[in-house]
Design a protein around this ligand. Structure first.
Ligand code: IMP
Length: 193
């Protein structure tokens, strides 16, 4: 069985990725490999941050790994919060960030937005990038209690519910992270079968 480390401290992301992983692969968490250092995230792009996180871990352990970086890009705000999604109003406070975005969009009718995930994979010392996008729109108020981050205010264009009103399996059908991760899995299966 192939083993690979997911470089994240976000339990929600780990749960989502594990739910998408075929049985022939095993996703290890940072605590599974006893890695407890803070992972830097200082780049102005999603690609840069995903690579920075994966390289930080790989440089210190030599283990095969991948990291993701995700942004919510709102058309009417010129792509904001984008790479600053985690710290838009307040560092990693999902509720404050969501309320800040809704307030900024109070008088805006164009609600179009998309989630974009970039995954950086480092395997056998080589680097690869995979992208996943889901288009949709921002609601006027939060709906649903599932998921995390901006899930309660994002409706993918294929559905009428927010991600937070869906089960994990339903979100997986459309999600940016699923779309990027399935490209990674296809790549690994083609390279190592
Ligand atoms: P990160 O930098 O990739 O950890 O993600 C930045 C921020 O985007 C997170 O703090 C969340 O607020 C948000 N985010 C990332 N992925 C998702 C998702 O799948 N649903 C909703 N919000 C997300």
């Amino acid at each position: 069985m192939e083993q690979i480390v997911f470089v994240t401290n976000n339990e929600h992301k780990l749960k989502e990725i594990r739910s998408l992983t075929p049985r022939t692969f095993r996703i290890l968490s940072l605590s599974d490999v006893n890695f407890h250092q803070d992972i830097p995230e200082t780049s102005p792009t999603l690609e840069g941050n995903a690579l920075e996180k994966a390289r930080f871990f790989h440089d210190r352990t030599g283990l095969n790994c991948f990291a993701d970086d995700t942004g919510l890009e709102v058309d009417a705000l010129g792509g904001l919060p984008g790479v600053n999604s985690a710290r838009f109003a307040s560092d990693h406070d999902y509720y404050k960030n969501m309320v800040h975005l809704l307030e900024l969009m109070n008088n805006i009718d164009n609600r179009k937005a998309r989630f974009r995930t970039v995954i950086a994979l480092i395997i056998n010392d080589k680097e690869y990038l995979f992208e996943g996008i889901v288009n949709g729109h921002i609601t006027r108020e939060p709906r649903g209690n599932n998921g995390f981050g901006y899930d309660p205010i994002f409706i993918p264009e294929e559905d009428t519910r927010t991600f937070a009103q869906m089960t994990l399996q339903e979100k997986n059908q459309y999600s940016h992270r699923q779309r990027a991760f399935s490209k990674l899995i296809d790549f690994l299966q083609a390279s190592f079968s």
